[in-house]
Design a protein. Structure first.
Lengths: 111, 114
């Protein structure tokens, strides 16, 4: 059974600083997603990573995928308060392409 | 932009009552899913549905749960006799292609069981 681990679980950072969230998964997968979730809201798709070495960037967020290491990272550059949210990685698994989610990282950016 | 829509956005029910959550997937999509998120926890897979039948289900998806695509557009999740621990946000998702299709989530239906 595929397991997905995220760390850290909670991240408090100051505006302007850089940090990285890590997502490890236990078995081979074809696709990895990063989502943002604001409190009480749905999942906002940030990135879909399909292949080894894939790197995608949107604003202050950059995601990368290393399928050999079974590791994805979400890098935050020069954080701003608006980035405060919970971030989940999710990995496709099984014949039906269901998603297995990580535990989430609650990001709090302090002004 | 096409989207997955869910109703109701919030439902409050008494323990033991039946609940039906409704979803309208994106119109040309073929693969449908329900996920659950208990408050403050991660999102958990419940069930996947393709070609009018369940293709995979998790341990959570026991006999109290059922899914249906009654009319070619709606996709429903029924909980037969709700328990307190069924209180959660339920997300519907759909994708168009098993190999290349990205998954799209609805806004969620919050279920509160009293």
């Amino acid at each position: 059974e595929l397991k997905v681990e995220q760390n850290p679980l909670f991240l408090s950072m100051q505006e302007g600083k850089n940090y990285t969230i890590y997502c490890n998964y236990s078995t081979t997968s074809d696709r990895l997603y990063w989502y943002r979730q604001d409190p009480g809201k749905s999942l906002e798709s940030l990135f879909v990573l399909l292949s080894n070495g894939a790197v995608k960037q949107e604003g202050r967020l950059m995601a990368s995928l290393d399928t050999k290491a079974r590791l994805s990272t979400l890098h935050i550059t020069a954080a701003v308060h608006d980035l405060s949210a919970t971030y989940f990685c999710a990995v496709e698994s099984g014949a039906t392409n269901k998603l297995i989610f990580g535990t989430g990282t609650l990001l709090a950016v302090q002004p | 932009e096409p989207e997955v829509t869910q109703t109701p956005s919030h439902q409050v029910t008494q323990m033991g009552q039946e609940v039906i959550l409704r979803c309208v997937p994106i119109s040309n999509h073929l693969y449908f899913y329900w996920y659950r998120q208990i408050l403050g926890q991660k999102v958990e897979f419940l069930v996947s549905f393709y070609n009018n039948e369940i293709s995979e289900k998790s341990e959570i998806f026991d006999d109290q749960f059922s899914v249906e695509r009654p009319d070619g557009s709606n996709f429903t999740l029924k909980i037969r006799s709700t328990k307190l621990e069924d209180s959660a946000m339920y997300f519907c998702a759909s994708s168009g292609d098993r190999y290349a299709g990205e998954l799209f989530f609805g806004e969620g239906s919050r279920l509160t069981v009293l």
